[in-house]
Design a binder for this molecule. Sequence first.
Ligand code: ADP
Ligand code: MG
Ligand code: MG
Ligand code: MG
Ligand code: MG
Length: 446
Amino acid sequence: LSPEAEDVLDEIDEQDVDFLRLQFSDILGTPKNVSIPAEQAEKAFEEGIYFDGSSINGFVRIQESDMRLEPDPSTFAVLPWRNSEKVTSARLICDVIDTSTGEPFPGDPRRVLKNAVQRAHDMGYTVNAGPEPEFFLFEEDENGSATTTTHDSGGYFDLAPKDLAQDVRGDIIYGLQEMDFEVEASHHEVAEGQHEIDFKYDDALTTADNIVTFRSVVRAIAAEHDLHATFMPKPIPRINGSGMHTHLSLFTEGGDNAFHDEDDEFNLSDTAKQFLAGVLEHAPALAAVTNPTVNSYKRLVPGYEAPVYVAWSDVNRSALIRKPAARVPAASRIEARFPDPSCNPYLALAALIHAGLDGIENDLDCPDPVRENIYEFDEEKREEYGIETLPSNLGEAVDALENDEVIMGALGEHVSEKFVEAKSQEFEEYLVEVSEWEIDRYLEKF
Ligand code: ADP
Ligand code: MG
Ligand code: MG
Ligand code: MG
Ligand code: MG
């Protein structure tokens, strides 16, 4: 056993862990887990745990379904909530191995991100990523099902005697801290019932693991308060949706920030600008991965602080990418403002990384920043500035993805095929539905 695995076995003893959840993700980013009694930990590290991959969304065809989970000891964490039987559980995030080849399974999203990180390493870089996930807290109805009723009616400056939202958010933050998250900021968002909790950036793989963990911690602790936490991008029409701004930078092996240039007007190095240009170039295809639901495109409309136009800016927030002010060189980074928290973070980060690295490899020209509010541009002005728009629905985004070899390649053959298939089907199902809006608008009119 590796020293790291030995350490985990010690921790399991010390913390009286009863069950281990061996966790991995399907292509949609839904966490799956196999629970084993803690006594099986040693065996899990030695031999892995076998499971049937054919029942997991987008994994394999029936005839080639034997998969093995290999727990990554660096991801050990005791879960901060207990179930009704008061048992203590810990989780380990796993890599998925195809038993027929003995190789990492190419359909494992975590593997897709590892490949992206490896490409960056081969170019001499570590990728850092820091997310700002937003979510809504909604009341449950008498059956415990989620509603879209917000439980707090206060915005930023409400002087309610007791801010329930703040209590819940506090508990969520304690839970995250117990799982070693470094929470940097948290606040009530613009919309009623909407919240944001930011945690410190880390290497891209750790951040993707963290986002998956974050979403389950938030949901579990909200549920303890009889609330439903949702990362659905736009649960309420005409109210700001939930995004997940994603901050990115590349550090060199020596630990210097390759995105920082003291002498540049924006403190951005040529490397940073090429990376940025790569993300802009591939934005329409990226959207299918970073904004992967029908509902994602209800958020990406003008006027609600969500980006729509393919441009970058150092001053305003209507652009797809912002260059946040950096007080120290380590903080020079770009902020992709289009991703939303319904994405599979492994695939979203992998796609963003490949897009950026492609910009570096091809020495792409970075356009000038746009310093005006692009929401106020008319079509003519957008044309003059050469500003394109993001896909306006999931169908267009999937088309853009299919036509983009770089982003298809980022996902790899297995995942890109399954992903396009799943998302095309999702969009087709949506197209045949008749919405409330249509009934309201047309039923009595015609
Ligand atoms: P905003 O101004 O958009 O609210 P913040 O200043 O709150 O953004 O920063 C959000 C995220 O950026 C945090 O997760 C933070 O850790 C991360 N971040 C800071 N420096 C870097 C960096 N060099 N690379 C990647 N992410 C970073
Ligand atoms: Mg923030
Ligand atoms: Mg901030
Ligand atoms: Mg926000
Ligand atoms: Mg932000």
